[in-house]
Design a protein. Structure first.
Ligand SMILES: [Zn+2]
Ligand SMILES: [Zn+2]
Length: 318
């Protein structure tokens, strides 16, 4: 039975490039339907040395994957490449960001992968627990995972060399973004000239020979109004090596007011705040299904010169 299920799912997974996968429906607050069917190949970006995969279409599905860190931000409808990621960070409870959550946990179990660790805003943790309880009642499985609720400002050490911090975002329902920090131990200046042997004996005698350097590597906003940019507590978001932020609307056909009404960002606001972004790279996501990749690229080309050459777009599915 299990074998049969594996076969079915692996068939589904290997036929990922099927053009029959529809993209119906639109971003909340965006009335235009019928995005044409995308190609679902594993085309991703290479940003600051990190492969970036996944897809993000406003109102439909958002899942952004850093396979080299085994991390996914939001799960969308649970695309195939998300399943092998061990850590999942959920920004908020809208279905285009959380809909595939039970499938993610169930499919990892099917492939006998380690149970995943899932981070959610603390305010929705109980609801997510209930969601899993409903699925356990439905399929009599355990759906084992570790669920961690985080409040804005909370930090969590993921691995020895990585930690995460939740930051405030501004959406129409409770939401938050995440900053991934690299954590490195460096030898203190005064011990630089010592031999390895001398350093080791110092360490064994209880001397603290290293200090910790943390630096913001990746920040992910999820859905938010542009207000997060001017939140004084979000300085590290604007300093992260890579900022992944939403830009649901890109042209004058949709106003900033419209974007704000639905808790989203308009690309013209990113242009206005151009001077504030110290990031080496900015990956724009969550474009409305109303746009073509050509329209999105044309809008990016018009961004201020201070952003030139460091703005990427996740255009999978457009
Ligand atoms: Zn969304
Ligand atoms: Zn949303």
């Amino acid at each position: 039975m299990e074998h049969q299920k594996s076969k079915e799912i692996s068939e589904i997974l290997t036929s990922e490039s099927s053009p029959t996968m529809g993209r119906q429906g639109t971003t909340k607050g965006d009335e235009l339907p019928n995005k044409s069917s995308p190609s679902m190949g594993n085309i991703g970006l290479l940003v600051e040395g990190y492969p970036v995969e996944g897809l993000s279409i406003g109102g439909q599905e958002t899942c952004v994957i850093f396979p080299s860190l085994r991390i996914a931000f939001d799960i969308g409808r649970c695309p195939q490449r998300a399943i092998s990621q061990e850590y999942l960070f959920i920004s908020h409870g809208h279905l285009d960001h959380i809909g595939g959550l039970p499938m993610y946990v169930a499919t990892r179990k099917l492939y006998q992968m380690k149970q995943p660790t899932i981070f959610v805003p603390a305010s929705i943790k109980e609801s997510v627990e209930r969601l899993f309880d409903v699925h356990r009642a439905l399929d009599q499985s355990e759906l084992r995972h570790t669920l961690i609720g985080m409040n804005v400002g909370d930090e969590f050490q993921i691995r020895k060399d990585l930690k995460v911090k939740a930051f405030r975002t501004y959406h129409v329902i409770p939401s938050q973004g995440y900053i991934i920090y690299s954590v490195k131990q460096k030898l203190k200046q005064e011990y630089m000239t010592l031999s390895g042997h001398e350093i080791k004996s110092l360490r064994l005698s209880g001397v603290e020979v290293t200090y910790t350097v943390t630096s913001p590597e990746i920040a992910f906003t999820g859905d938010t109004m542009s207000d997060f940019v001017v939140d004084p507590n979000n300085a590290d978001v604007l300093k992260a090596r890579i900022l992944i932020m939403e830009s649901t609307f890109v042209d004058n056909a949709m106003s900033i007011e419209h974007a704000r009404e639905y808790g989203h960002t308009h690309m013209s606001e990113i242009a206005s705040y151009a001077e504030k972004f110290q990031n080496k790279a900015i990956v724009l996501i969550h474009f409305s299904a109303r746009y073509t990749s050509e329209e999105i690229e044309a809008a990016i080309a018009k961004l201020p010169a201070t952003l030139a050459g460091r703005v990427y777009a996740l255009l999978q599915g457009f």
